[in-house]
Each structure stands twice: as C-alpha cells, then as structure tokens.
Write a new protein. Structure first.
Length: 491
C-alpha cells in the first residue's frame, strides 16, 4: 500500500489569519485517497511551525510527495522539493494546484519536479499511486526521457489529455482526522464544500477559463457533513464556511439545505458565496431571506468586481451596479453581513472606471458599517482568457521559469505587482488602493481591529492618513503606503 505525503507550502509573505482556516481542497483530496486505501499524511506549512522538520521526519516512510502550489507558494514549494530530492533523489515529487494547472509544461520541466497534475487531482493521483503507466494517465504533465539515454538530462515534457471533471457525488465527506490535530484545535472558521465549479461566464475567473462546470452534493449529504462537524468538540460554537464558488446555483437545493438546518436545530452560524443578481426578489424572495437568517447565515460574500458598467460588461459579470446595491440593502434588512470583493487594473480599464468602483464602494459602506469590502485587489492575469491575450499584446510577459516566479513574488503582498503591468498608466494608484479602502472606507474601530500586526501608534497614524485620503478621494503620491508595505514585508 502506497503512502503519500501531501504538503501545503507557506506563502511568499506570511498571510493574516491563515491559522483561522485550512485548505479544504487538500483535505478533500486526502479524504478521497484514504477511502481508496492510500495512506495519507498532511503537513501544512502555512499553519504548522517547524514544518520543514516535520517533512524530514516523514520522508523515510513515504512513497510519493504531493505539493499543492498556488503562485504565491512557488518559492516555498521549490525549497520543499529540494529538501525531498536531497534526502532521496528518486522519491517522486508531484506538484498540483492552480500554478501547475496553468503552467504544466514549465512546472514539469523543472529538475525538482517529476510530475504536474492539471486540474482536479483525486483520480489522477490515485492512478499514479496505483502504478498506471504515466503516458496513459489523463491530466498530467511529466518528463519523458529520450529512449536512448533514460538517465541523461535529455527529455521532453509530455502533457497528456485533460481529465473529465469528477462528479461531486463520488467524493467522500471530509475526514477531519487526516488533518493535524493542532490545526483543528486552532480553527476559527470550519471550511467545507457543498459544490465545485460555477456555471457563469466571468471572463477573468479560473472557473470559466478551466471550464470548471458546477457540480454539487445532494442536500442530505450536506446535512450529514454538518452533523459530523457539530459532533466534533474542537469545532464547538465555531462558524462554518461553505467554500463554494456559488452556493445558490440551484435554489431548490439551497432551500432544502436551509430548511434541513432549521428542522434539525443545528444552531450553526454559517457563511457562503452568492451572486448579486440572486438577491433580486424574483429569485430569493422575502420568505427565503427570512429562512436564510433563521438557519444561522450571518454573512454572504459577493464578487462585485467593479463599479464601472463598461468593465462589468467587458468581464461578462452579468450584474449591474444597482443589483450590487440592492443585494446589500436586502442583506442588511435581514441582519446578514454583505461582503464584496473588487478588483482594478484590468487592461483597457480607465481611471474613470476605477473611480466608478471607488464611488460604488463609498455608497456601499455608507449603507451600514456592517458592509465589508475586500480589495480592490490588482487584476490577476490567468492564461487561457481573452484578458490574458490583451496583457500579452500590451507587452507584458509572464515569468518563464519557476525560479523567476519565485523571485518576482518574493516581496509582493498579494499576486503580481501592478508595477510590472505595461498597460497601467498609474500603477501606484492600483497597488495602493486596497489599503486605502481597507483602512479608510471602513469604520475606525474596524480598521484598528485589523489583524495586520504593527505598532499601535504607527497603525493609528496610517489609518488616519487613509481615512483622510478616502474622504478627499485623493490617492496621488502614496508615500505612506510604500513605507507601510516595506515594514510589512520586513516583519
């Protein structure tokens, strides 16, 4: 029986509150493999101190090492891969996650990586561990050495045919005991999935680019999952996050889950994702909203993305400014916190478009101090989209190796720096706007309570400057932001 070590690397810069949740995708993967008889060990570098030592301890007992890699984790993933190869050169290393999915050939060609998994990894990894010939496994990229010299550096990367998406009904419920106990004890938010994928067409989103269609669990299985969560003493009185891309795609399914939570008297606080247009009364009526709150829903997270009608049309978001504002009003009416994510810095987006986003954020936050805003984060170019092609036409080039990705991400708080985007006329504005919204648009109490670690006096001074800028809507020469960013990177 194979034993696999699954690793979640640290991020390029330590993130706030990453001890408050876990990688639910990694847990789902581990649970699937465990059900198939594969022994699984999880190590989470983002949440376990001394994780490199923990990895060293496990290496003598494992047959494979799987590393889940987002772009901001590439540097750490390379460090882990080197550690593994230094221990045992022929111990297979498999990278999965969004970065290898978008850049499979680049990933698999690296000397520290043996295989790259493209897309969802459950069935792909199972076939690898069962010893199936690599050339027959869908959804991987791997080195195919020249037949006349299999031990030389001569190879070509073979990218196999993609794998059809796994039906969600084929996935077991999360097996929480596979996650290290010290992580479970420290969770502030219990994550789980009721569905995968999304049926909508937003052109910037990984789901549309990867054609990740929507698949869901039946309501009874979701309620069974919640029963298990409620039964675990370490999860007592902690809120649940349905980490779906779109929880409410099927209104009937959502209603059955909500009614089941009420009928079984779960008394759980929970949050999830939703689209702004779903809050139109012809979709979720007042009775539905009342039951939603009664079931324990305390927060709904919306991808608003922009306040510019032109940008919303360009990214095929299929919502309007008024629907975004209406969704906030209806949430607040029923005592549910509305949370909105925004982005700026898309190719073709003008300063006027960005200020329309600022205007919408201003209107939202003036509705109630309960309204939460995430971002606006800088646009992230993902291969395979029309927006990505626009980036290339402008003269931008993505890094060409894993080392280049690690280097360029080294001192970034989020993803790629807007300073490297040639289509932007004012990258400082795009880069600093998130901070000015976070600390300027929200209440002083909320801003001061932010988990960003800093000297209280300096933090207060920075908040006051942000609030002044927000009030005046003046964002030129963001000197204090650059100083604060430098301090955060160093600490």
């Amino acid at each position: 029986m194979s034993k696999v070590l699954l690793v979640n690397p640290i991020f390029n810069i330590p993130k706030e509150n990453y001890d408050s949740s876990i990688s639910v995708g990694l847990l789902c993967l581990a649970s699937y493999l465990d059900r198939q008889g594969i022994k699984v060990k999880i190590i989470d570098g983002a949440r376990q101190k001394g994780y490199l030592d923990l990895i060293r301890e496990e290496l003598p007992q494992v047959d494979f090492v799987g590393i889940s890699v987002m772009t901001t984790q590439v540097g750490s993933a390379l460090e882990i891969s080197k550690l593994v190869k230094d221990f045992k050169k022929d111990l297979p290393i498999i990278w999965g996650g969004f970065h290898p999915t978008f850049f499979p050939e680049e990933t698999a060609s690296h000397p520290l990586v043996d295989m790259a998994v493209i897309g969802e990894g459950e069935e792909t990894l199972l076939e690898i561990f069962q010893g199936r010939a690599l050339k027959e496994i869908k959804g991987i990229a791997f080195k195919r050495h020249y037949e006349d010299s299999p031990r030389s550096n001569g190879f070509q990367v073979q990218v196999n045919q993609g794998r059809p998406l796994l039906g969600f009904e084929n996935l077991p419920l999360p097996k929480w005991d596979l996650m290290p106990r010290e992580i479970l004890d420290n969770l502030a938010l219990i994550p789980t999935h009721t569905s995968r994928g999304c049926p909508h067409r937003c052109s910037f989103c990984v789901n549309a680019i990867l054609k990740n269609r929507w698949r869901s669990r039946q309501p009874e299985k979701v309620l069974e999952d919640l029963e298990i969560i409620k039964s675990r003493p370490e999860f007592y009185n902690k809120p649940v996050r349905f980490w779906d891309e779109d929880f409410f795609v099927q209104k009937r399914r959502a209603r059955e889950i909500i009614e089941g939570m009420i009928k079984r008297k779960f008394n759980l606080f929970w949050e999830t994702t939703i689209r702004a247009d779903y809050l139109d009364k012809n979709f979720l009526d007042d009775d539905f909203m009342a039951d939603l709150r009664k079931s324990g829903c305390y927060l709904l997270s919306f991808g608003a993305e922009s306040g510019s009608p032109l940008v919303l049309k360009k990214i095929q978001k299929d919502i309007t400014r008024e629907q975004i504002l209406n969704s906030a009003r209806r949430c607040l009416k029923y005592g549910i916190v509305p949370q909105y994510s925004f982005m700026v810095g898309l190719p073709g987006e003008t300063k006027k478009d960005m200020f329309e986003t600022i205007s919408l954020i201003d209107k939202l936050t003036k509705l109630s101090p309960e309204v939460q805003i995430l971002g606006p984060q800088a646009f992230r170019p993902y291969p395979g989209s029309a927006l990505y092609q626009e980036c290339l036409v402008s003269g931008w080039r993505a890094p060409q190796s894993l080392e280049q990705w690690a280097k360029i991400m080294e001192n970034e708080l989020n993803y790629l720096s807007p300073q490297n985007f040639p289509w932007l006329k004012d990258p400082d504005f795009v880069e600093s706007l998130e901070a000015y919204v976070r600390f300027g648009a929200h209440s002083f109490k909320s801003a001061l309570g932010s988990t960003v670690k800093a000297n209280k006096f300096l933090k207060t001074l920075f908040i006051l400057l942000c609030k002044l800028r927000w009030k005046l809507k003046f964002f030129k020469w963001p000197i204090e932001f650059k100083i604060a960013k430098g301090v955060m990177i160093k600490t």
